[in-house]
Design a protein around this ligand. Structure first.
Ligand code: NAP
Length: 372
């Protein structure tokens, strides 16, 4: 494709993304304000879903804890008494966050572990380290917050041949969750998985070709060959977040029906629009304009406010599962009709499982093979 045309398409794509995402967030707030959802899951002081340290420390893993929503959620969760494992791909950034948190709150327990959720090998090494840590420190892994995510503006292919945004935002977390399930299952207290989704999942309207985003690509001969291709930034991000919502519902379904004794719940948290580094790959002037516009409309939140949906989901009462938290105060919303398509969610699960079947079925990390 000629360079001029590619640039025009790229900018059209970005502006289209900006407009569609503003419509999607407005729709979410509209639903929140004008539709009455009877449910609101605020943690009561008597809820069973509180940290019980009597039989040893209770741990929480947060991916992408080195900045933004993940960092804010880590602080909130650590203040509730969890032993927090900050997980991310940069050891230096994680240590910086750990030091900062410990400087502000002397009594909290934080630990850092490196994981690149776009790499299968790194995920396996991470889970092995977690299994050892849990045994050595008699930890009870109760909470997994799958938060890491990127908004990639160019196509990048991982070593295993997946689109990097799809792998980071969904596939990596699918694999991580599957491998951690045996450890979560062994938790002395009922465990919970919180997947960070986004209102942008509402922009995906049809399921045609959706699963082709999960297929393996040929590794590029050189970087230039990738740069020459137009990359569907918005669609791939939206799809990755839709996959996270469907994955949560299907995980809940399988945990309830296939292993009812597991006592693991799965929830989605949508932070809304939050001022973080997520737009780091977009031109600076463009993200500054977007943030300025959003600030004028009161839609833009700080990480501390944006992480409330994540914290609400993490501490919602015991029986709460397969809910989509949005807007704080323990409120939940209905998700898009496509995300509630049970057949599609089942297909997504089977396809994802097939991609990692060797890893999932072959591993005995955590003392047992895959529990689902
Ligand atoms: N900001 C929003 O408006 C918004 C709205 C809805 C949903 N979300 C979702 O919220 C989550 C957190 O995003 P954020 O806004 O807080 O952005 P952020 O500040 O950029 O944080 C993203 C985090 O993910 C980590 N990460 C990226 N790729 C990774 C990888 N391959 N392996 C491990 N960690 C990786 C980043 O680590 P590095 O520092 O190493 O890059 C960073 O800690 C994402 O899933 C995002 O999609 C954000």
């Amino acid at each position: 494709m000629n360079k001029g045309l590619r640039n025009v398409l790229h900018w059209l794509n970005l502006w289209h993304m900006g407009i569609m995402w503003v419509i999607a967030i407005l729709l979410s707030y509209f639903k929140l304000l004008f539709y009455s959802y009877p449910e609101s899951y605020v943690l009561s002081p008597h809820s069973a879903f509180t940290v019980n340290q009597e039989s040893g420390p209770v741990a929480c893993i947060i991916t992408g804890a080195s900045s933004g929503i993940g960092k804010a959620a880590a602080e909130a969760v650590a203040l509730k008494g969890y032993h927090v494992i900050l997980a991310g791909r940069s050891m230096a950034s994680l240590y910086q966050v750990a030091e900062e948190l410990q400087r502000h709150h002397k009594s909290i327990m934080v630990e850092v572990l490196v994981v690149d959720v776009s790499s299968t090998d790194s995920i396996i090494r991470f889970v092995e380290t977690v299994a050892k840590l849990v045994d050595d420190k008699s930890l009870s892994l109760q909470l997994l917050i799958n938060n890491a995510g990127i908004l990639a503006t160019t196509e990048r292919i991982t070593a295993e041949g997946y689109d990097s945004m799809i792998m980071t935002n969904y596939l990596g977390h699918y694999l991580l969750t599957r491998l951690l399930l045996p450890i979560l299952q062994r938790s002395r207290v009922p465990a919970r998985i919180v997947n960070v989704g986004s209102f942008t999942h509402r922009c995906v309207k049809g399921s045609d070709h959706l699963f082709s985003l999960l297929s393996k690509r040929e590794l590029p001969k050189n970087e230039a060959s990738l740069k020459n291709k137009a990359y569907q930034i918005a669609h791939i991000y939206e799809a990755s977040k839709l996959f996270m919502v469907m994955f949560t519902y299907e995980l809940h379904h399988r945990l309830c029906t296939e292993t009812p004794s597991m006592r693991i719940t799965a929830l989605v948290a949508d932070p809304g629009i939050v001022h973080t580094a997520i737009f780091r790959e977009l031109p600076r002037w463009f993200s500054t304009c977007i943030f300025l516009l959003l600030r004028c409309t009161w839609l833009l939140q700080s990480s501390e406010v944006g992480c409330r949906a994540v914290v609400d989901a993490a501490f919602a009462p015991l029986g709460c599962s397969a809910k989509y938290f949005f807007g704080g105060q323990g409120r939940v919303l209905a998700t898009s009709p496509l995300s509630c398509n049970k057949q599609l969610a089942n297909d997504l699960w089977i396809l994802s499982e097939r991609l990692f079947s060797d890893t999932i079925l072959g591993t005995t990390i955590g003392g047992k093979n895959s529990v689902l």
